[in-house]
Design a protein around this ligand. Sequence first.
Ligand SMILES: [Zn+2]
Length: 110
Amino acid sequence: MAAAEKTISNGEPAASDALPDTVVCPGCEQSIAKDAPHCPYCCGEDGRLGAAKRGAFIGGVFGLLGGALLAAIWSSIVGPAQATWGPVLSIVVAGALTGMIVGAVRSRAG
Ligand SMILES: [Zn+2]
């Protein structure tokens, strides 16, 4: 008769999401390498890109607010009859774009 083979299952702990060399990013709650200088999910593989993106986002938000404020002031000056959606949107979008560019350039330089 055939020799009974014994299958030995070595009790290896299943490596789940709780790895010892990772920490959870406070920004996105993804587990990242403990020695990573920045989170690859928040900042990208290149931290510089993330900084530029973040700067562009913040700049865009401020630009949007500035553009909206400018559009509100402009519409109050020219009157509601002149302040149609076209120019108002143009001012807001131009403000947002300017803010994004300024934010990206500033974060890249800094
Ligand atoms: Zn993150």
